[in-house]
Design a protein around this ligand. Structure first.
Ligand SMILES: C[S@@+](CC[C@H](N)C(=O)[O-])C[C@H]1O[C@@H](n2cnc3c(N)ncnc32)[C@H](O)[C@@H]1O
Length: 587
């Protein structure tokens, strides 16, 4: 017996008995008929549901969509990132007559083949979890390049966005543009098959248009034209041309939009905001099938929302279908609060990718976008009512890493122990040596301050004793940085500066330069007297341990802090894959 299950409201699920051949079109059938008999009713509390023999009829407008019910043990803890949607868990039978919860009778089969899990669901200890052996067991990693969509990543950084999208088995980044050499080098190391152009994207667009004989249509500065003309022959040969690029993605620089940036009115920030226009110009010239823009959360409100509206309006004007929203990386399996704004665009005739569903419980305020008529729009549903998995913690993320000192600089270390969480196991993969477990060196005074911050959750500069210390030079200095108490009132008490991470909490938003007096001052290890290492930051973003960063320690932190967490990109990529696959099936 198979079931398709209709998710009809926040607190009800209905289940219809089906035969296999009906499953494909059951939802359409259902809509056509407008009524149908419900054979089973199960009550939903959060993502947990209880099985019952009750039968009820519900009006069609209560139906929200198709879903699936599983036993929780069917979800293996060994895969990362996990991506399953509209899946609910059932472990008990609800007896309405007595109000009791009982063991699920063994004859109740919950697994549905109507929907395949879209993520890394695995065989459980050799026992198949799906009756028809169709559950995706991580094969998406092996999708051949030819069946992926050819992708251009602009403002590519070290490749966090490309990495996650590729992991999802949908895209193959053939071209990447990034103008900082170390970031471009990191991209190359991790994606050796991509043609990486380390240059300003305006220069590259000019060179592409020249190559295609469209110089007359190109408005560029003389500087960009000069640099484009100097491009090496080999680079020109590798430039993408219209028709080759199916998907453009990228994160135009965000300094100007970031709420954390105090200098967002500077001329440089304004120039960088124009990068949005450069990015849109690529869309206009290439007209890819899909387009994904990533930016900081404040992108939607920056400049009174004008820049954001301009981006959406331009894409609509080009004929694209457009969807925008804000997602929280913490709900997709990293121990980090990081909200990012996204704009999806799909060419006419394509299927516009949907938003991924949050998988991990994670407090995420401010995911709503205010619309002009006072209404709100939220792309992702809140996880306040639950999600299949708990939040990943700092301990899950870095608890297995060996102890190192302030200023640790040895590039390769041994792990020195086994992983202690499924996150660590997955993030290590088959990596045998630990890379980049290196820590920015603090000066003598900051190190003394760090040693005085208690090793308790939530401790920061407020916990420093009000006393003077003697430096090696003989100078006596205040332990509490003199400027903080005087200006604390105006700056939310400078909360978190010289802060320690909490083993059971999450990382604050990863920044490009972790330092105790920085934008995000909470950068001390939970129980070691040092700034968190490059590898710890990389893990907080969900980069696999095999991922390489390039250049100085500052540069490596910058690459990581700028990146889209690969698990978030993966979640988006799975939705893009659904859209691409559905279109292929239609054809
Ligand atoms: C927000 S980061 C992108 C991170 C990337 N998507 C990832 O996930 O790793 C923006 C990147 O754009 C690069 N950039 C800024 N202005 C640029 C320009 N005019 N041309 C090319 N790259 C630029 C920066 O060096 C930075 O690495």
């Amino acid at each position: 017996m198979q079931f398709a299950i209709f998710w009809i409201s926040v607190d009800l699920l209905v289940l219809k008995k089906l035969t296999l051949h009906q499953q494909k079109s059951v939802f359409e059938d259902f809509i056509d008929q407008m009524t149908f008999q419900l054979l089973k009713l199960i009550h939903l509390i959060s993502e947990r549901v209880y099985y019952s023999e009750d039968i009820i009829n519900v009006p069609v407008d209560m139906v929200e969509g198709k879903c699936e019910v599983r036993k929780k043990i069917d979800i293996s803890n060994s895969d990362l990132p996990v991506m399953i949607e509209h899946v609910f868990f059932c472990e008990h039978f609800y007896d309405r007559a007595t109000g009791a919860l009982k063991q699920l009778p063994s004859n109740v089969k919950l697994m549905s083949v109507a929907r395949k899990a879209t993520g890394a669901l695995k065989k459980n200890k050799g026992k198949q979890i799906c009756e028809d052996n169709e559950v995706d067991s991580g094969k998406w990693m092996e999708v051949p390049k030819e069946s992926r969509i050819a992708t251009l990543d602009i403002f590519a950084g070290c490749g966090g966005l490309s990495e996650g999208l590729q992991q999802a088995g949908v895209s193959f980044t053939k071209w990447a543009i990034e103008y900082e050499e170390p970031a471009g080098e990191a991209f190359r190391q991790n994606h050796p098959e991509a043609a990486v152009f380390v240059d300003n994207c305006n220069v590259i667009l000019k060179a592409i248009m020249d190559k295609c004989g469209d110089s007359d249509d190109c408005v560029s500065t003389s500087e960009a034209a000069e640099q484009a003309a100097k491009l090496a022959e080999e680079n020109i040969k590798n430039l993408p041309v219209p028709g080759e690029v199916e998907f453009i993605n990228g994160g135009p620089p965000c300094q100007g939009f970031s709420g954390m940036n105090r200098f967002n009115q500077s001329p440089w920030s304004k120039v960088q905001c124009e990068m949005i226009l450069a990015f849109l110009s690529f869309a206009e010239y290439f007209r890819p099938r899909f387009f994904l823009l990533e930016n900081v959360r404040n992108f939607v409100s920056f400049n009174k929302g004008q820049t954001f509206r301009l981006a959406v309006a331009s894409l609509l004007e080009m004929g694209y279908q457009v969807r925008f929203g804000i997602l929280e990386a913490g709900t997709f399996g990293v121990a980090q609060s990081r909200k990012r704004a996204f704009i999806w665009a799909a060419a006419p005739g394509e299927i516009l990718p949907d938003w991924p569903e949050p998988m991990h419980v994670f407090a995420s305020p401010e995911l709503k976008i205010t619309l002009p008529d006072g209404k709100y729009y939220a792309a992702a549903k809140s996880t306040a009512g639950g999600a299949p998995f708990r939040a990943i913690t700092v301990r899950d993320t870095i608890g297995d890493l060996p102890k190192v000192e302030n200023g640790a600089s040895k590039l390769i270390l041994e792990y020195g122990g086994e992983p202690t969480s499924w996150f660590q196991k997955k993030i290590r993969g088959s990596t045998i040596a630990l890379n980049d477990h290196i820590s920015k060196e603090m000066n003598e005074l900051n190190l003394i301050r760090c040693k005085h911050i208690p090793k308790r959750p939530g401790c920061d500069w407020h916990d420093l004793p009000d006393e003077k210390v003697k430096l090696s030079s003989g100078q006596m200095v205040d332990l509490i940085p003199w400027c903080l108490p005087n200006t604390a009132k105006r700056h939310n008490q400078w909360k978190g500066l010289y802060g320690r991470l909490d083993w059971e909490g999450n990382f604050p938003t990863s920044v490009t330069d972790p330092q105790p007096m920085g934008k995000v001052g909470m950068c001390f290890h939970p129980d070691q007297d040092r700034i968190i290492t490059v590898r710890e930051c990389a893990r907080s973003q969900g980069f696999p341990d095999s991922y390489q960063f390039s250049g100085t320690i500052q540069s490596k932190h910058r690459q990581i802090g700028n990146a889209v967490p690969p698990p978030l990109a993966f979640a988006l990529g799975r939705k893009l894959k659904e859209a691409v696959d559905a279109k292929r099936q239609q054809a």
